[in-house]
Design a protein around this ligand. Sequence first.
Ligand code: OAD
Length: 234
Amino acid sequence: MTTNATPRFGDFHRILFFTGAGLSAESGIPTYRGKGGVWTEYDYEDYACQRAFARDPEKVWDFHDKRRAAVARCEPNDGHRIIADVQRERADTAVVTQNIDGLHARSGARDVVELHGSLWRVRCDRERVVRDDVTVPMTPRQCSCGAYWRPDIVWFEDALDPRNLERAQELLLACDLLVSVGTSGVVYPAAELPRIAMRSGATTVEINVEDTPVSALYQHRLRGKASEMLAAMR
Ligand code: OAD
């Protein structure tokens, strides 16, 4: 069912935002797919998988340092701010993101579930430690044990952290409004989310500048820039 009336945040109690690269596009961070997308310019097999890192960690770090430098120059936009405001106004608002840029936290959002990890964390796979790191470029690249730190990001072919998946699932089952913002929906589990939320009776909204392969799964499809469509839901 698709209706024309735009749902308003004030009519719901447990709102879940599920966000993707389109939300940060207005901050100047490129999306992944399509014209100008990261994976249009770079082959993930050379820069964003464990095999590439094992083969040439310096090259993979150069790529990630470039992304860190670009993101460090960007600021959260009105879309991030509206989401943080809604969360402040309604305690039961949650944010699950595929973004690794940290802009939700910088705009004041709390307890953000980062499904794909963060550009701003590194981990030593040998010692199994994870730490925050905001240096640009990231230095030193090696842990004291001698192994390379690697970005704490879910790369291609990596498994999602089951704790994050479980948390996302709980939030989906509990929400009464799911708002998906700026994601192509092609990466697991993005396509599953509206199905789960709708099964538990939630209202579902997709915000995007264009239709996506999963648009038909949403009850409401708001077409336009993330910040403008979120503002329309206030
Ligand atoms: P994509 O690049 O696949 O999709 C971005 C979506 O945002 C597209 O559907 C665009 O139409 C939409 N969009 C662009 N600008 C917008 C705007 N101003 N307002 C609203 N929508 C806009 O990015 P994701 O779906 O986030 O994983 O990609 C999912 C995952 O694939 C990423 O987390 C990344 C990637 O591989 C990792 O890096 C681990």
